[in-house]
Structures are given as structure tokens and as C-alpha cells.
Ligand binder design. Structure first.
Ligand SMILES: CCCCCCCCCC(=O)SCCNC(=O)CCNC(=O)[C@H](O)C(C)(C)COP(=O)(O)OP(=O)(O)OC[C@H]1O[C@@H](n2cnc3c(N)ncnc32)[C@H](O)[C@@H]1OP(=O)(O)O
Length: 207
């Protein structure tokens, strides 16, 4: 059914439907984790010190921490602080989406051990997330079709709490050239000078 957006543009009601579309949207294979993928129970260090999602050097970042779960899952946690507010005392939805981007990207990167970037990220916000909450995000690698990698996640208000956010994402596997060609030179040089800024990486980078 066609509906009209507020600006008169044509839209399709399926875009805003709560009925989930088939996922993954194309036929995929679910590969075995890479032989060098970290074992279940491994705590994963930040992948880049200045990453807003996980970096230690981002004061008001999310400081997400991740641990390998089962074969295709990684559990991440982050605690919502005052710096993450959208409405008084509540997390900003865009920052919650950032947390899921990070949790899903970490899952893809560590289990496949290939560099990949987010092509598409969908979020369903089911419950408000108050400041002080630790959001526990369980992310799952769902399937691979060529360079396209599909992953999904749900985030709970505490480990045993209700699901507050769900997300699904498409990642696209890229060459290292993607980062070298597009990254700001000063930051690439900083990493070359101090490789420890890249604390956890699925492949060796040598910018
Ligand atoms: C241990 C490591 C932990 C890392 C955690 C990091 C978490 C954070 C991750 C990020 O936030 S990454 C930053 C945000 N993302 C970007 O900056 C990506 C910007 N986009 C691009 O650079 C390019 O558009 C992209 C590399 C995604 C694709 O360009 P390409 O020219 O390489 O590929 P192409 O456009 O041919 O797309 C490849 C396939 O993906 C499909 N595709 C790409 N974008 C899509 C999209 N948005 N929706 C649906 N399909 C999409 C595309 O149709 C195609 O499908 P087919 O193979 O079937 O033809």
C-alpha cells in the first residue's frame, strides 16, 4: 500500500511496518568461524583507541566491551552515561544505533577475520533506555553472500532484562585499501607510528 510522507514524497507502508521482512534478504551461507577466530569466552580489546564505539581514548564514547559467545555470537555491553542523553535521563537513539553498529561490526570482523564496513543498519527501538542502564547486546552472524555479510542483534536492559533494541545490518567486505585511500592522512600516520592504537584487528594493517 502506498502512503504519503509529510513532504509529499511517495513512500511504501512496508518501510515503516513492524512486520519484519525476510532475513537475510537473499540466500546466504553460514560459514564456520575463521580458524583464527577468538575462542568462546575471549574478551576482545578495543579495535581502535579513538573509535567512538569502543575506544579508550574517546572520553565520552560508548566504551563498548565485547566477549565471544558461541560459534556465531558475540556479547557486548555498554553503560549509558549522561553524555549519551537524547531526552532528559534517556539514551539518544542515534547513540544506541552506534552501539549496535559497533557490536555487529565486531561480530563480523572477529568471526570472519575480514575487514568489512557497514552498508546498511536498521534499528527497532522497543523500550526507552535510561541513563545508568547497562545495555547487553547479543549479536549473531547470520549469513554471507559473496562480499555481503548479514548480522543481527538484540539489546537487553541488563543481562536478564527485557529487549529494548533490535538491529539488523549488512556489512560489505572491503580491501584494506578502503581504509588507506579514505582515512585522514594524519590519523593513518598516527597509527603507523603507534600500532598499539589498533588494539584488536581481524587482519594485519600496515598503513
Ligand atoms: C575487529 C573489527 C571491528 C570493527 C567494528 C567497526 C564497527 C563500525 C563499522 C562502521 O561503522 S563502518 C563505517 C560506516 N560505513 C561506511 O563508511 C561505508 C561507506 N560505503 C562504502 O564505502 C561503499 O558504499 C561500500 C564499501 C559499502 C560498498 O561499495 P562497493 O563499491 O565496494 O560495493 P558495491 O556498491 O558493489 O556493493 C557490494 C554489494 O553490496 C550491496 N550493497 C551495498 N550497499 C548496500 C546497501 N546500503 N543496501 C543494500 N545493499 C547494499 C550492493 O548492492 C552489492 O551487492 P551485489 O554484490 O549483490 O551486487
Amino acid at each position: 500500500m502506498r502512503v504519503r510522507g509529510h513532504n509529499g514524497a511517495r513512500a511504501y507502508s512496508s518501510v515503516v511496518s513492524r512486520t519484519p521482512a525476510p532475513w537475510p534478504p537473499v540466500p546466504t551461507e553460514l560459514p564456520e568461524p575463521h580458524p583464527d577466530a577468538p575462542a568462546a569466552g575471549t574478551d576482545l580489546p578495543p579495535h581502535y583507541a579513538f573509535c567512538f564505539g569502543c575506544g579508550d581514548k574517546q572520553g565520552d564514547g560508548l566504551h563498548l566491551r565485547a566477549k565471544v559467545g558461541g560459534e556465531h555470537t558475540i556479547r557486548s555491553r555498554f553503560t549509558v552515561t549522561e553524555a549519551h542523553q537524547g531526552a532528559p535521563g534517556l539514551a539518544h537513539g542515534g547513540l544506541l544505533a552506534c552501539a549496535f553498529d559497533e557490536a555487529l561490526g565486531t561480530t563480523v570482523g572477529h568471526l570472519l577475520r575480514k575487514p568489512a564496513v557497514t552498508g546498511k543498519l536498521e534499528t527497532d527501538f522497543l523500550l526507552p533506555v535510561p541513563v545508568g542502564t547497562t545495555l547487553v547486546i547479543d549479536a549473531h552472524l547470520d549469513g554471507v553472500a559473496g562480499r555481503k555479510v548479514y548480522a543481527s542483534a538484540e539489546g537487553r536492559l541488563g543481562a536478564d532484562g527485557p529487549v529494548a533494541v533490535r538491529a539488523r545490518a549488512l556489512f560489505v567486505v572491503v580491501e584494506l585499501k578502503h581504509f588507506l585511500d579514505n582515512g585522514r592522512e594524519a590519523d593513518l600516520r598516527a597509527v603507523a607510528a603507534d600500532p598499539s592504537l589498533l588494539g584488536s584487528r581481524p587482519v594485519e594493517l600496515n598503513p
